[in-house]
Design a protein around this ligand. Structure first.
Ligand code: HEC
Ligand code: HEC
Length: 233
């Protein structure tokens, strides 16, 4: 190759990559307001971001892929465990995350700060970021979903169990919380009616119950999740 050819390859390569790079940057800026739903940036969201910085959550967690890799990415945490799940873990991580070898300290975050953090996570979770970060891609099953699929098959009741906070306190196939008992064989102990009853009002069955009544669930969801659990024998 002559010097002249090398020069032209260098020039054309550099100029075309620069044009491509600038074009894509311009295109991103053109769409950024719509993709990130800037209109939903409320004061609570902004305060939540400040709280996230105040407690250095980024020292252990990533968000949108940025941060430290010790703890799970929090971009889609609202979709993954719901607002109640987040509240429970931040308030008492020693108990809520007791089953894990990784530890999160109790940072004594106030209730108001937690609400702002949830607003911040909700906003971040709805940014249209092309399935980033990939561990939360809808195309990929989560670890507990994989186990559920392998273990019991997907049913509406299994979906309720997973998405409506039961797993904050209960485990199935070794995945989930440890505040309440594992429910792998609950169908041997309780009937469908007894399970429904327990979900609606634990204290009526067991005056010392620590499980809160699951008032956020509809009748149909209670029926589905109770049906699913009654079959675990
Ligand atoms: C010293 C490290 C550390 C700091 C600081 C920290 N966390 Fe965590 N956090 C963890 C670890 C470790 C886990 C996961 C434990 C497990 O399940 O393996 C976790 C889990 C969580 C979860 C549950 C995630 C999920 O998908 O189940 C949430 C929500 C969370 N942290 C929020 C926060 C917030 C908000 C802050 C800042 C106020 C924070 N964390 C600060 C280490 C930390
Ligand atoms: C905040 C934690 C928490 C949440 C959330 C929770 N539970 Fe519980 N659950 C418990 C605890 C603790 C117990 C053990 C008995 C008690 O103290 O109430 C229990 C007991 C049970 C029992 C009876 C188990 C037995 O061996 O008698 C069933 C059934 C049950 N839970 C189902 C559910 C379902 C279904 C959901 C979700 C809709 C759910 N729980 C959500 C904490 C929780």
């Amino acid at each position: 190759m002559s010097k002249k050819v090398a020069f032209w390859i260098f020039l054309v390569g550099t100029v075309s990559s620069a044009i491509l790079f600038l074009g894509l940057t311009w295109d991103t800026h053109r769409q950024i307001e719509a993709l990130s739903h800037v209109d939903k940036l409320s004061n609570n969201v902004v305060e939540g971001k400040r709280t996230f910085e105040k407690y250095n959550c980024n020292d252990c967690h990533t968000i949108l892929g940025f941060g430290a890799y010790y703890a799970p990415d929090l971009t889609k945490v609202v979709q993954r465990i719901g607002a109640d799940g987040i509240r429970f873990r931040i308030k008492d991580p020693e108990k809520a995350l007791a089953s894990s070898w990784r530890k999160m300290p109790n940072l004594k975050v106030s209730d108001a700060e937690t609400d702002n953090l949830i607003a911040f996570f909700t906003w971040v979770g709805n940014i249209e970021n092309g399935d980033w970060p990939p561990q939360d891609s809808k195309k990929r099953l989560s670890r507990s979903e994989e186990r559920m699929v392998a273990g019991v098959g997907v049913s509406p009741g299994a979906a309720v169990f997973q998405s409506r906070g039961c797993m904050n306190c209960h485990a199935l196939h070794g995945t989930g919380g440890t505040f309440g008992p594992a429910l792998d064989a609950i169908g041997r102990k309780l009937s469908l009616e007894q399970i429904e009853h327990y979900i609606k009002n634990p204290k009526a069955v067991n005056p010392k119950a620590m499980m809160p009544p699951q008032t956020a669930l509809s009748e149909k969801e209670i029926e589905e999740v109770a049906g699913f659990l009654a079959n675990l024998k």
